[in-house]
Design a protein around this ligand. Structure first.
Ligand code: UD1
Ligand code: MG
Length: 398
C-alpha cells in the first residue's frame, strides 16, 4: 500500500500508535471500571446461564463506554495531526467525532434509562446531521434496471415529463448516461441518515449471546479494512477517503478486541447498548465519509436478514417480549430457540436469526453458537465481496 500522507510521523501514528493506544486505554479502562459499574448498579444477569452456578453472577454492563472513550481520545489526538493535512481532513474528522460522541451518549443513557423506540430512531437521525452536513462525495446513483426503459431507452416517451418532475424535486436525470445515472441530491442525505439509524440499531438487535455484539463488529471492521486496502492498492480516485476509513477503524478494531477478551464466553462483562450504538455509528461514519456507503451494506447481510425477520415483532404484529435471546436448557446444557407467549394461549418462536439458526442446526452450546454465527458473518461478507468485485448478480436489479 502507498503511505497515507507524505508525513512519516502522521503515517506512523495512524498505522501503529493510534491502534496500540486504543487497545491499551480500553484494556486499562475495562479492568478499572468493572467493579465501579457493579457498585453503581450497572450490571446484568447472564440470561443464557440460568440454572447454572453463574446465574447470580453480576456481570458489569455498558463496558462499551470504555472502548468508546478510548476511540474518542485517540481520534481527538488524530485531529491535532490532521490540522494542516491536504486535502483537509479536519472538518470530516470533527463531524465524525461529533456523531460518535452523540451516539456514545445515547447508548450510555439507554443502558441507564432504557429509552423507548422513538428515542432510538430520532436520536441516531440527529447524530447523522453533522455527517450529512459535511459530506462532499457524489450524490448520484445508478438506477435499477426496471427504470431504464422510462428514462434511457428510446423512444423516451416519459423522459421529459418525469425528468422535469424529478428536476422540480431537485434531482437530475443524466440523459446520455449508459449505466442510468440519476443525481438524487437531498434524497441521498436522507439515505445516509437512514443508514445511520440502521447500523446503530441492527447490531443491538442481533445480540444476547456472549461475544456476538463485539464479534460481529470485529468481523465487519476487518471486512471494511480489506475493502479499503483493496481500493487503495487499486489506486481509485477516492484513495484519501479510504485512508480516512482506515484511520477511524483501526483504533476502533483494537479497542473492540480488548473488549472481546472479556466479553467472550463465559462473559465477565457486557458491552451494553453503549457499544452497539457507537459501533453502528462508526460504520456509518466510515461508509459515508469513505464514499462507500452502498458497499457498506454488503458487509451487513446477516444484520439485514435479522432485521427483516424481526419486523413482525418490532412492528408488534406478533408479541415482542423484553428479551428474545435463545433459552438455556438446564438438562442438556445447550441453547434452544426462545419463544413468545400469545395472549389467548399458545406460543411462537421469537423471530431472530439466532433462533432461526438454532431451528435449522439444532440446539448447541453458547460458545459454539457465537462461533458459528461469526463464521456465517465471514461467509456472508465473502458473498458481499463477490457481489462488489466480481459483479455476481449484476443485471438482476442494476
Ligand atoms: C436487545 C434485543 C433483545 C435481546 C437483548 C440482548 C430486540 C428488539 N431486542 O434488547 O431481544 O434479548 O438485546 O442483548 O431484538 N444478555 C445476556 N447475555 C449476553 C448479552 C446480554 O444474557 O451475552 C442480557 C443481560 O441480561 C444484559 C441484557 O441482555 O443485561 C442487555 O440487554 P439490552 O441490551 O438492554 O437489551 P436491548 O438492547 O433492549
Ligand atoms: Mg442492547
Amino acid at each position: 500500500l502507498p503511505p497515507p500522507t507524505t508525513s512519516p510521523l502522521y503515517n506512523y501514528f495512524i498505522l501503529y500508535i493510534s491502534p496500540a493506544l486504543a487497545y491499551i486505554i480500553a484494556t486499562w479502562g475495562i479492568d478499572n471500571l468493572e467493579e465501579k459499574l457493579v457498585k453503581r448498579g450497572l450490571f446484568g444477569l447472564d440470561i443464557g446461564k440460568r440454572g447454572t452456578k453463574r446465574e447470580k453472577y453480576k456481570v458489569p454492563e455498558a463496558l462499551g463506554v470504555v472502548t468508546g472513550i478510548s476511540h474518542v481520545v485517540v481520534l481527538s489526538l488524530t485531529t491535532y495531526l490532521c490540522r494542516t493535512s491536504t486535502p483537509p481532513t479536519l472538518p470530516v474528522l470533527l463531524s465524525s467525532l461529533t456523531s460518535i460522541l452523540f451516539m456514545l451518549f445515547l447508548g450510555f443513557t439507554d443502558d441507564v434509562l432504557e429509552w423507548g423506540w422513538t428515542a432510538k430512531l430520532v436520536l441516531p437521525t440527529v447524530s447523522s446531521i453533522p455527517l450529512v452536513a459535511v459530506y462532499d462525495g457524489s450524490t448520484s446513483v445508478v438506477a435499477p434496471r426496471f427504470l431504464h426503459s422510462l428514462f434511457w431507452t428510446p423512444p423516451h416517451q416519459s423522459l421529459t415529463s418525469l425528468s422535469t418532475f424529478l428536476a422540480n424535486l431537485g434531482m437530475t436525470v443524466y440523459p446520455g448516461s449508459r449505466v442510468g445515472l440519476i443525481d438524487v441530491s437531498w434524497v441521498y442525505g436522507v439515505y445516509m441518515s437512514l443508514l445511520s439509524i440502521f447500523t446503530s440499531n441492527c447490531i443491538n438487535i442481533y445480540a444476547g449471546i456472549n461475544g456476538l455484539e463485539v464479534g460481529q463488529s470485529v468481523v465487519i471492521s476487518c471486512c471494511i479494512l480489506l475493502h479499503n486496502a483493496h481500493e487503495i492498492s487499486a489506486g481509485v480516485s477516492s484513495t484519501q477517503q479510504h485512508w480516512f476509513s482506515v484511520m477511524v477503524l483501526l483504533p476502533f478494531l483494537t479497542g473492540s478486541l480488548a473488549l472481546l477478551r472479556k466479553n467472550w464466553y463465559p462473559a465477565s462483562c457486557f458491552v451494553g447498548d453503549t457499544y452497539c450504538y457507537s459501533a453502528g455509528v462508526v460504520f456509518a461514519v466510515v461508509g459515508i465519509h469513505g464514499h462507500f456507503s452502498k458497499t457498506l451494506l454488503l458487509f451487513f447481510i446477516p444484520q439485514v436478514l435479522n432485521f427483516l425477520l424481526s419486523l413482525p415483532q418490532l412492528l408488534k404484529v406478533v408479541p415482542c417480549p423484553r428479551h428474545r435471546l435463545p433459552r438455556y436448557n438446564k438438562s442438556t446444557g445447550l441453547m434452544e430457540p426462545s419463544e413468545y407467549a400469545l395472549p389467548g394461549g399458545g406460543k411462537g418462536t421469537n423471530l431472530t436469526l439466532i433462533n432461526a439458526w438454532l431451528k435449522v442446526g439444532g440446539p448447541k452450546g453458547e460458545e459454539r453458537l457465537t462461533f458459528e454465527l461469526l463464521v456465517l458473518q465471514v461467509a456472508m461478507s465473502a458473498v458481499g465481496m463477490c457481489i462488489r468485485y466480481k459483479g455476481i448478480g449484476r443485471g438482476l436489479i442494476f
